[in-house]
Design a protein around this ligand. Structure first.
Ligand SMILES: [Zn+2]
Length: 235
């Protein structure tokens, strides 16, 4: 028996002497683990399938979960040629690996992940914008709305400063802020809003004030750590 899934490699570790264990994010079965046998030799038929970001149809024997074949649709080779792109793309895999539980399917997140990686690989875009947008979608899918224009407690429209409440992952105004809050400057607030409202394929046209992407990423990384107990590695 076997299964065929459309999937992307989101993790890979050495296994036994010659094998690799790969983590796949698949459309049909969610996050699953599979084994690539004798794949470390340069002549191995499936050697490309042990690389992060490899995307295609995976044929997997069950219940052994040994990969028997892969039709590669895109190996996203561009992501491994540039260290900055590579780091941001790895951060995206880190996010998806953290938020997805084994066997949990999530078609919207699957498509979002492909879009984000594709934008980093092929669009002339600030890669940090892509990661910010991706994090915002992940947060909002889980009910944490970081990019709103109104205070999540009193509903008042923000003017100037706002604060991220680290206990709840929500953004509040100065009147509603508690002790465990970090400030989001006006420019970071604008950046959050613009990034959440711009599609991936339009991100290359967006220009935010210099440095605001780093400020936003830092805030989102703290929020991610508080929500999921995991700090993303960023350059
Ligand atoms: Zn308020």
């Amino acid at each position: 028996m076997g299964i065929k899934v459309k999937a992307i490699v989101i993790g890979a570790t050495d296994y036994k002497e010659k094998d690799k264990r790969i983590t796949l994010f698949s459309l049909e079965k969610g996050k699953i683990y599979a084994t690539l046998k004798s794949v470390k030799s340069p002549n191995a038929k499936l050697k490309f399938a042990k690389e992060l970001f490899c995307f295609g149809d995976f044929f997997i024997d069950t219940p052994s979960m040994i990969v028997t074949g892969v039709d590669v649709e895109n190996n996203m080779f561009e992501l491994t040629k540039d260290i900055d792109k590579y780091y941001i793309a790895c951060a995206i895999l880190d996010v998806v690996n953290t938020v997805l539980k084994e066997g949990e399917t999530n078609a919207p997140l699957f498509l979002e992940t492909l879009k984000a990686l594709g934008a980093i690989a092929y669009d002339n875009v600030n890669d940090k914008y892509v990661l910010i947008k991706y994090l915002l979608s992940v947060f909002s899918a889980m009910g944490y709305f970081v990019a709103l224009s109104n205070c999540s407690v009193c509903g008042e429209k923000f003017s100037g400063k706002r604060y991220l409440n680290l206990d709840f992952g929500e953004v509040v105004c100065v009147a509603c802020k508690s002790a465990n809050c970090i400030e989001i400057s006006a420019r970071a607030g604008t950046a959050l809003k613009l990034l959440s409202e711009t599609d991936y394929d339009k991100l290359s046209t967006l220009k935010l004030s210099k440095g605001s992407e780093d400020e936003v990423l830092n805030i989102l990384n703290i929020n991610f750590d508080r929500r999921f107990n995991k700090k993303l590695k960023l350059l």
